[in-house]
Structure formats: structure tokens, C-alpha cells
Design a protein around this ligand. Structure first.
Ligand code: N01
Length: 486
């Protein structure tokens, strides 16, 4: 581990690896990527549940500066995405700057010499600039269920799959109906003695238009690169168009709702089950899910949908919030992640020794989704209000990386600091809030992981990705307070 670097990056997933490549391209060579695990990949290393795949087409869910002509399917599985990120990490100069098993346990801003003192599982280092690329979906969340501790069977979270446990022939409870659950339910149902799905909220599920990418396409992408760029652009534009429905006119989504209801009706003939699975909020309020095998799996005789949350456990009996009791051998929590309560915020201390968690008070805010007043020389990749409900997060990440490279240049020499101006941050957040008003995430009649306890949405970007890219092209010095400690 180096003792000091110009830039320390937390995390070696899409955000951290992308940052490394962009720094090298920009001639910024003095950096370290601190990774808590023993391999790169972030969420695509950690999520290994059966059926794990991406619901954004691979040609778009990859870096524009690291195209992969070999994607095998339109929606790739987790092993292929992970392998892609391993390939990306092999870019010249990157591996030498990667430090594994280096979980960051604290970062303290040193006002006297304008640098971050960073504690990791492998020791301490300092950095002029700290880039947090730990990912918004990296800390699994498991609900506090009375009696769970005494459950005698296997219990695990979808993002920490226990591959030692064979679930074939078992009675399995799956808790949750988000993007993870709909992918793993069909896989488990095939071999389970019984699969019981605890569904608090039925999801909108659209057909998944997945297909094998042909040999000819791969050859073209490899030998005539503009064809791949064109394919990528086509996918990007088609998804970008959908932003109007999410952000401005949720009524437009009615047509898509009809497609989803038809999709449900074709797979589920039993009217009682169909009624249970019919969503009761406006599409898009929660993430729209894509699957062709989720509904058919739930229609099989060994599957049961409990239209209630999991409320308690007594021995090997699970108790639904509707009072029903179910005997099972194993529990899989597909209950999502700590999103609005970013755990890392408790480990970062800025000006005056205040922690980020204290400053945010459960309500994350940042200037251009990237910097926070009172935390000089700290940048977020996928910070507050940068998530998407409609397009590829890799596009947002690339926009932020340009901004961060510019930020590092703007900081310039060691001892200098840029702190987001509070008024500039407030103005940015006000504008985000104004645009957030009519979005389906606020008005669609659901409670999603996008919202915090106060009902505010601090996670998603309420406009097009084109707009985000334009607004993060360069650092505006007028939005920062500059200081030179040394
Ligand atoms: O988690 P979630 P996820 N009893 O938070 C339920 C990304 N992702 O891991 O809806 C019963 O969406 C909870 O119920 P409710 C993607 O961005 C991407 O599935 O709150 N249920 C909900 O159904 C996604 O949005 C891919 O009423 C309980 C579920 O748990 C994000 O990750 C694939 C409960 C949590 O759903 C998170 O998805 C997978 C209880 N006591 C994930 N407590 C791609 O394809 C909670 N729930 C790219």
C-alpha cells in the first residue's frame, strides 16, 4: 500500500475501475483503488444467485471506452459481466494500482494539510482527493424479523448466496418481489419441493426480449467497430425516449401497463393467482422488471404466493403479516439494499469533524450528484440523485467520471482544496426537487427503495441522461470555495 496518493478510489466495480481508466487516460497516474473484496467486479462479483443477470442490454451496460464485441446475449448473465470487468481491470497500468482486502473503515479530512487520512483493513494512507465508488446497491438489507435467529434451516440474502447449501428438494421461502427475486424464483422453483413467495407488493413485469447475439453480429462488432457503436446508440436512444413517461407524463405508461397485464394473463390462468399478482400502483413507481419465466414459475403446482410480508418466525414456521403459517426448510431474503441510508456516510468525517451521516441526517444531498459542501476534495461516483429508472447506469458513471477528472485537475497541487459552495449545492438540489415533483416515483402510489423515510427521493435523476451529461461536462469554479492550506 502506498503511504500517500494524489487520488484514492474506494471500490473496484464499474465506478472504481472506470475512474482508474479515465485517470490513466488523463495522465493522472498517482492513484490507488481500495477494494474490500479479493477481486474486482463490485455488485457483479457479490451477486451470484441463480439466474443473476442484467436487465439493461450488454452493449449499453458496458463502457463506451471499453467495448466488448463478444457479448453472447442481449442481456448478459452475471458471470459474463464479471468476466468483462476482469478484462477491463487488465488494461495496462490498472492492476498495479488495485489493492484488495483493503476495506475502508474511516476517512478523516485533515484541514491543516488539506488531505484525507484513510484507514483501511490493510493500514493507513493519505490522499489529496478521495473518490467514493462503493456503489449504491452494495450493502444487503435484511429486515428485522422476530424469531429469525432461532430458525433451524439455511438463511441467506440474495446478494450473499450460500453455494454450499443445496436447495433442491427443499421447501424454500423467498422474501421479496424486486429485480433479484424475479430472477431467482424461476431457478429455485424448478428443483424445490415447494417454493413459497412472500409478496408484499406485486411488481410490474414486462416481457424480457433477450436473444443470442449471432456470430455475424459479433464478427461485425469486432472487425467493423462503428457497427457496434451504432447498435449501442440505437439501444440508448430507444431507452432514453422512455424518460418522458417516468419523469413528465406517467399516463404514457398506461400502454406499457396493458402489455404487462397481457403478459401476466397469458402465463397465469388461475384468476385468484392473477389477482394476487396484479400490481396496484402506476408502472415505473418501482423498478419495472423484465422476465419471461417468473409468472410461469409461480403458476406451477409446487409454487405458492403469500400476498403478505414476512412478519415473524417460530421454529421452522414462517408467519405472514396476514396471519398465515408456512413450514419451510430455507429462507432466501431478496429484500434489497441499504440505499438511502448509505452506510459509508458514517465513516467519513469532513470539515469540523462532522460525519457525512450527521450532515445528511438521513437525507443525502450533493452538488451535481458528486460533491458535498463541508467535505472538500471528496467526489462520489453514483452519488445522490444520479440513479436511473430508465437507462444504463454506466452512462451516468461515465458522465460523472469526466467531471471527477476535471475536479482532480481543478484541485491541482497538493495542499489545495475545493469545497462545494453551500448555496450552489442548495440551488442544484432545489432544481432537482422541482423536476422530481411530477415524476412517477413521487406520484405513482408506491413506497420504493428510491425514497427516504421523509418520502423524498434522494436517489434518482429526474431528467434525461443527455441533460446530466451536459451539466457534468466541466467543473464550474464558481460553485466551489477554494483554499490552499500549504
Ligand atoms: O431489491 P428491492 P432487489 N416481507 O429493494 C421486499 C438492482 N438490480 O435486490 O416492495 C416481504 O427492489 C420488498 O417489498 P415491498 C435494481 O436496481 C438490478 O430485488 O417494499 N417482503 C421488495 O419486494 C433493483 O431495483 C438487477 O413491499 C419484504 C423486496 O423485498 C435493485 O437492484 C438485478 C419484506 C426488495 O426489493 C434492488 O433489487 C437485481 C418483508 N418483511 C437487482 N421486506 C439487474 O438486472 C422487504 N421486502 C440490473
Amino acid at each position: 500500500m502506498p503511504r500517500h496518493v494524489r487520488v484514492a478510489v474506494i471500490g473496484a466495480g464499474f465506478g472504481g475501475l472506470g475512474a482508474g481508466i479515465r485517470f490513466l487516460d488523463a495522465g493522472i497516474r498517482d492513484f490507488a483503488i481500495l477494494e474490500r473484496g479479493d477481486a474486482v467486479g463490485g455488485t457483479w462479483r457479490d451477486n451470484t444467485y441463480p439466474g443473476c443477470a442484467c436487465d439493461v442490454p450488454s452493449h449499453l451496460y458496458s463502457f463506451s471506452f471499453a467495448p466488448n464485441p463478444r457479448w453472447s446475449r442481449s442481456f448478459s448473465g452475471q458471470p459474463e459481466i464479471r468476466a468483462y470487468l476482469e478484462d477491463v481491470a487488465d488494461r495496462p497500468g490498472l492492476r498495479a494500482r488495485l489493492f484488495f482486502n483493503a476495506a475502508v473503515t474511516g476517512a478523516v479530512w485533515q484541514e491543516a494539510d488539506a488531505r484525507w487520512r484513510i484507514s483501511t483493513a490493510r493500514g493507513e494512507l493519505t490522499a489529496d482527493v478521495l473518490v467514493s465508488a462503493g456503489g449504491p446497491l452494495s450493502e444487503p438489507s435484511t429486515p428485522d424479523i422476530p424469531g429469525l435467529d432461532a430458525f433451524p434451516g439455511a438463511v441467506f440474502h440474495s446478494a450473499r448466496w450460500d453455494h454450499e447449501t443445496d436447495l433442491a428438494g427443499k421447501r424454500i421461502a423467498v422474501i421479496g418481489t424486486g429485480a433479484s427475486a424475479i430472477q431467482l424464483v424461476p431457478q429455485l422453483q424448478r428443483t424445490a419441493a415447494k417454493l413459497i413467495l412472500f409478496q408484499r407488493t406485486p411488481a410490474w413485469v414486462m416481457p424480457r426480449r433477450d436473444r443470442r447475439i449471432t456470430g455475424l453480429e459479433k464478427w461485425l462488432y469486432a472487425h467493423v467497430p462503428p457497427t457496434q457503436r451504432l447498435a449501442r446508440l440505437g439501444i440508448y436512444l430507444s431507452r432514453e425516449a422512455t424518460v418522458v413517461g417516468f419523469v413528465k407524463r406517467p399516463a404514457i405508461l398506461k400502454a406499457a401497463q396493458r402489455v404487462a397485464l397481457h403478459h401476466l394473463g397469458r402465463a397465469v390462468k388461475d384468476p385468484e393467482l392473477r389477482a394476487k399478482l396484479t400490481p396496484r400502483y402506476v408502472m415505473g413507481c418501482k423498478r419495472v422488471l423484465l422476465s419471461n419465466d417468473y409468472y410461469p414459475a409461480l403458476a406451477r403446482p409446487n409454487a405458492e404466493v403469500v400476498a403478505a410480508g414476512l412478519a415473524g418466525v417460530e421454529g421452522s414456521t414462517l408467519i405472514g403479516s396476514d396471519g398465515t403459517r408456512h413450514e419451510v426448510d430455507a429462507i432466501v431474503f431478496a429484500t434489497g439494499f441499504h440505499t438511502v441510508d448509505m452506510p459509508m456516510a458514517r465513516q467519513v468525517w469532513g470539515v469540523g469533524g462532522r460525519s457525512l451521516a450527521e450532515v445528511w441526517g438521513g437525507d443525502m444531498r450533493a452538488l451535481r450528484g458528486t460533491t458535498v459542501a463541508g467535505f472538500p476534495n471528496l467526489c462520489f461516483v453514483i452519488g445522490p440523485n444520479t440513479g436511473l429508472g430508465h437507462n444504463s447506469m454506466v452512462h451516468i458513471i461515465e458522465s460523472q467520471l469526466s467531471y471527477i477528472v476535471d475536479f482532480v485537475r481543478a484541485v491541482g497541487r497538493p495542499g489545495a482544496a475545493l469545497d462545494a459552495d453551500q448555496r450552489a449545492q442548495d440551488a442544484w438540489c432545489e432544481e432537482v426537487e422541482r423536476r422530481m415533483g411530477p415524476t412517477v416515483w413521487n406520484t405513482g402510489g408506491c413506497k420504493s427503495w428510491y425514497l427516504n423515510d421523509a418520502g423524498r427521493n434522494p436517489t434518482l435523476w429526474p431528467a434525461s441522461t443527455v441533460r446530466f451529461r451536459r451539466l457534468t461536462r466541466r467543473v464550474d469554479a464558481g460553485e466551489y470555495v477554494r483554499s490552499d492550506a500549504v
